[in-house]
Design a binder for this molecule. Sequence first.
Ligand code: 5GP
Ligand code: ZN
Length: 123
Amino acid sequence: MPSQHDDCLFCRLAHDGAHVASTKGFVAIKDINPKAPVHLLIIPERHVDSFREIGEFPAHDVKRMLEFVAETARDAGLEDYRIEVNVGAPAGQTIFHLHWHLLGHRTAAHSDQAGDLTAVTEL
Ligand code: 5GP
Ligand code: ZN
């Protein structure tokens, strides 16, 4: 049961990338082309092509994956944010290894710059 695909970018990044956070089986990286001031990708180490195959994860790992999304948002200083999963090319999926987009603006307490709270609704 190979869970890592040699030709898959996110399999590589899950194992060797610059992780901003990680827990057993899951990592978070910065999106290379951010669409919000904070744009992270939550990636399971285990390869599944898309969210359609979520059932391949044991229930406990699905819970842990979602908790890791929430923890990563909190640790990134996000109070309000958007989670996005594109499923299938027509829906915008370009990398066929399951990943969760985490998009948001830091709260004032975590902000490096003033005015960071604006435009939350523009995500
Ligand atoms: P999708 O379009 O599949 O939902 O999301 C793929 C995301 O991966 C895009 O937002 C894109 O910017 C990001 N991405 C593509 N290649 C790389 C890369 O080499 N490194 C990182 N960190 N992100 C990438
Ligand atoms: Zn993969």
